[in-house]
Ligand binder design. Structure first.
Ligand SMILES: Cc1ncc(COP(=O)(O)O)c(C=O)c1O
Length: 432
């Protein structure tokens, strides 16, 4: 018998958080780090939302509340979802969670029996893959193709579907690639699902970046497609749109009220409820017309930075980078850099090498020797990531900080002797 249950060896994590002690250590030793690792908008929470939190605190709205979410917030969410997706959801279809993250794993707990298969985008938000084996289900990564602008051909989705498929995750705009699927692509994906799946599967459409879209484009949700809406869970939240990652408010809108009630009971078991003063402020965020301007200002700034940083990064010899259509990340291909720095062989000679990757070696080397924090490809799904050499750069930082970050990456990509020094000094550093 062992102290810790076996299932704990089957859960992964989110490196954007796990890298923090390394950043702290380098900061202590060498001073300022350029942090381009975290998916957190560098904007303040808009004033009218802040004021509503304060007002709610003054009203002593600080007690337990409805585990499904305050009715006032669920009403605002269903109104907004119906307006933007052309649906007829009621507040009873909506469940509020402490962030956009919890319903991802909880959905696997609720829908999957051992052996059921879960299809998810890779690279993708790491929590999709992280939970699957933990709940005894089977991970089926659907690899996003650089040649298809980090989407996938519908035939590849069809190939992944089996009679055991239970959940299919979509995430557009995508973390970490910034890819945006067109309405036509979503229609093609929906047709594949309608043709190949029973009614008893669920699409989990993670639309947390729905408002951060560039080039004048509009967000499209697979839930707007007629025949598929009764199989789709729409998930979103307040962390990204309102720069409110610490507020911990997300939500999911379920195909049936019965499913929403099951998630309410899961909430009772895990969280009891989400702080009511934050929920009222989330309602304010959806209802107050001032939000539109605040969000637009943030998105315009992200778009300017995307243009600027994309232009600079693609000029670095050895780096190829697609122009993202949304979210606030760039996902450059560093295959040539891996060759130039001999990272593939150097990674092979490390032990135990299965824990890292050449891109992760580059990530740690850049952090320790050039004081710039980015994340390697295997932070966004490990299964099948071998041989895929990318890094994610978050553009959620001031322009001057971003430009300094790019300068540091530019120095790192040609620093062969620095890499050797790093490997001599810190052979253990890629393992966390
Ligand atoms: C695609 C995606 N889904 C969900 C989340 C979780 O968001 P939250 O901070 O609201 O839990 C994130 C956060 O980075 C994300 O990128």
């Amino acid at each position: 018998m062992t102290l810790i249950a076996e299932r704990n060896s089957r859960i992964f994590s989110e490196n954007a958080f796990k890298i923090a002690p390394h950043i702290f250590r380098v900061e202590q030793q060498k001073g300022e780090i350029i942090k381009l690792n975290l998916g957190e908008p560098d904007f303040a929470l808009p004033l009218h939302i802040k004021n509503e939190i304060k007002r709610q605190l003054d009203l002593d709205n600080t007690k337990y509340c409805d585990p499904k979410g305050l009715l006032s917030l669920r009403e605002a969410i269903s109104t907004q979802i119906n307006h933007t997706r052309g649906l007829q959801k009621t507040p009873e279809h909506v469940v509020v969670f402490p962030g956009g993250k919890p319903p991802i794993g909880l959905a696997q707990q609720v829908y999957c029996d051992p052996g059921d298969e879960v299809i998810y985008p890779s690279p993708g938000f790491p929590i999709y893959e992280s939970f699957i084996r933990y709940v005894g289900a089977v991970p089926v990564p659907l690899h996003l193709k650089e040649t298809a602008n980090f989407t996938f051909p519908p035939e590849e989705l069809a190939e992944k579907i089996t009679p055991k498929t239970k959940l299919i995750y979509f995430n557009f705009p995508s973390n970490p690639t910034g890819a945006v699927a067109s309405a036509k692509q979503l229609e093609d994906y929906a047709n594949v699902i309608l043709k190949n799946c029973s009614k008893d599967i669920r699409i989990y459409s993670d639309e947390i970046y729905e408002n951060i879209i560039f080039d004048g484009k509009k967000h499209h949700s697979i839930s707007s497609i007629n025949e598929i809406r009764d199989r789709t869970i729409i998930a979103s939240g307040f962390s990204k749109t309102f720069a409110w990652t610490g507020g911990r408010i997300g939500y999911a809108v379920f195909p049936t009220v019965e499913e929403a009630e099951i998630f309410k009971n899961i909430n009772i078991n895990y969280f009891s409820c989400v702080p009511p003063y934050n929920q009222e402020a989330a309602r304010e965020a959806l209802e107050n017309p001032l939000s539109k301007t605040a969000v637009q200002t943030m998105v315009d700034t992200f778009e300017l930075r995307r243009n600027l940083i994309w232009d600079q990064i693609k000029k670095i010899p050895g780096i190829n980078c697609l122009k993202p259509g949304g979210a606030f990340y760039l996902f450059p291909n560093i295959s040539e850099i891996c060759e130039n720095l001999d990272l593939i062989n150097k990674h092979k000679s490390l032990s135990p090498r299965e824990q890292g990757s050449p891109a992760k070696l580059f990530q740690m080397f850049s952090l320790y020797e050039h004081q710039v924090a980015v994340l390697g490809r295997d932070s966004f799904g490990k299964i099948g990531a071998d041989g895929k050499h990318f890094i994610r750069i978050s553009i959620a930082a001031e322009q001057s900080v971003l430009e300094e970050g790019i300068r540091r990456i530019k120095s790192a990509v040609k620093d062969v002797s620095g890499l050797d020094r790093f490997l001599k000094k810190r052979p253990d550093m890629i393992f966390f």
